[in-house]
Design a protein around this ligand. Structure first.
Ligand code: PSV
Ligand code: MN
Length: 430
């Protein structure tokens, strides 16, 4: 039985006010694209088939290391988080899956949780383990590391937690586990780089051995934080080495914020695809470091270039192309639902623009060493305002033409502020 969070007829009547303008804009864009030999309906169909997972943890207000400023009506448990994800999906029609993080999202009965999600038109994406924090009742602390820790008992505890996550994921219908660890060092000399990596590999092998058929293990690299001198899986090179040692079910996950400033992330996409190890993405944007800002808010062009490489990878080798897409952001100053809606639109727009690139013209220009025309092949696609395509794809699936307008009109947050218990004070980088 479906129990969607917002009344569908409210969305329909909201859309009614925007339908004529959308039809006009869509038709005009269709004519422009037709002059370039592009069929707008085919592109719309492609866009409609694209989706990303929403992270359960991004439905609450995030914080910095200094403070977290909660808002009334935030979700405080996994059931409320699912409801908020369902709002994002109902309006955007592009986030049908939710990624859970354990132990944050612990529930009493995961089969019941799966049914609950199903009724909200949601399913579950990759599960995420957490060995970067201590939890109440934990036998051993992760203060000196987890999968790469010196102490065997700590490594064993971290492996067991990952295997628990896989067990939960099986009940939820997930088919991947994403592993990010905070292990590393804060002082030169504190840790032997390679011995730490060896310990990581040994632990990761034990997790890999527990992967059910059809599952993937995604390794997420990160340059720094919480360790500020060295991190065990610091970059795509370390991630690739580990994934290659572990085996075919292990791939690399790129979080856009986990690189030094100005790193050419789109080139990493191409390289990992070439190695058959492009496993997935965490989308966000950054100005300084792992800022976890909203996707496309700082550098939408880079997001487009990433999607351009994804489109290239897909068209050159579709059989080996199956990245898991997810948002991973910290919404410190906005209503998290609004950030998820606006970020989803930015990500889908980058996908749509990449689909408009004339690949033949691009490849020809590359072969002629014509740098300007190669760039123009990208620029011509980037300049297109694809919002009518996105809106049409959304509305045909039952979503909202104006997602933020409809969300505000629904007064969801105000209503939840009356019903949900308040979040306490807190801090934390997540
Ligand atoms: C680490 O910074 C990270 O990007 C990992 O994906 C974690 O699972 C997530 O953030 C937690 O917010
Ligand atoms: Mn991430």
């Amino acid at each position: 039985m479906s129990a969607l969070p917002l009344p569908q007829d409210a969305i329909e009547s909201h859309n009614a006010a925007h339908r004529a303008a959308l039809a006009e804009d869509y038709e005009a864009l269709g004519r422009t694209l037709a002059r370039r030999g592009l069929d707008i309906d085919a592109i719309k169909g492609d866009v409609a088939g694209f989706s990303i997972a929403a992270p359960s943890w991004a439905t609450g207000r995030g914080g910095t290391r200094f403070a977290k400023f909660a808002i009334p009506g935030e979700p405080t448990n996994i059931h409320e988080k699912l409801q908020d994800c369902a709002v994002v999906q109902q309006l955007s029609q592009a986030t049908p899956r939710v990624s859970l993080h354990f132990p944050w999202d612990r529930a009493d009965d995961y089969s019941a949780l799966r049914e609950e999600a199903d009724a909200l038109n949601l399913s579950f994406d990759a599960v995420n383990s957490n060995t970067f924090q201590d939890q109440p009742g934990l036998a051993h602390s992760y203060r000196n590391g987890s999968l790469a820790a010196v102490e065997t008992v700590v490594r064993e505890q971290a492996v067991a937690h990952n295997i628990d996550c896989i067990e939960i994921g099986k009940k939820l219908g997930s088919n991947a586990i994403t592993v990010w660890i905070g292990d590393g060092s804060n002082f030169p000399g504190q840790q032997d780089f390679n011995r730490a990596f060896d310990r990581y590999i040994a632990s990761a092998k034990a997790i890999y051995a527990a992967l059910p058929t059809g599952w993937r293990m995604l390794l997420e690299h990160k340059l720094f934080e919480p360790a500020f001198y060295s991190t065990v899986i610091s970059d795509w090179g370390s991630s690739l080495m580990a994934a290659q040692e572990l085996g075919p079910k292990c791939q690399c996950l790129i979080d856009l914020g986990h690189h030094a400033p100005n790193v050419n992330i789109e080139q990493i996409v191409a390289r990992l695809h070439r190695a058959g190890k492009l496993g997935g993405f965490h989308f966000n944007d950054s100005k300084y470091g792992d800022d976890d800002l909203d996707s496309g808010s700082i550098n939408p062009h880079q997001l487009f270039l990433v999607f351009n490489e994804l489109a290239e990878a897909k068209s050159s080798d579709p059989a080996r192309f199956d990245p898991a897409y997810m948002i991973d952001q910290s919404h410190n100053v906005t209503d998290p639902i609004e950030s998820l809606l606006s970020s989803t639109e930015a990500i889908v727009a980058a996908y749509a623009k990449a689909a408009l690139v004339d690949r033949e013209a691009l490849h020809e220009a590359q072969e002629r060493n014509d740098a300007m025309m190669a760039f123009q092949a990208l620029r011509a696609a980037y300049k297109v305002d694809v919002s009518p395509i996105l809106a049409m794809a959304r509305v045909e699936k039952g979503g909202a033409i104006d997602v933020l307008g409809m969300y505000r009109q629904s007064r969801w947050r105000e209503r939840k502020a009356q019903e949900r218990k308040a979040v306490g004070l807190g801090a934390g980088i997540v």
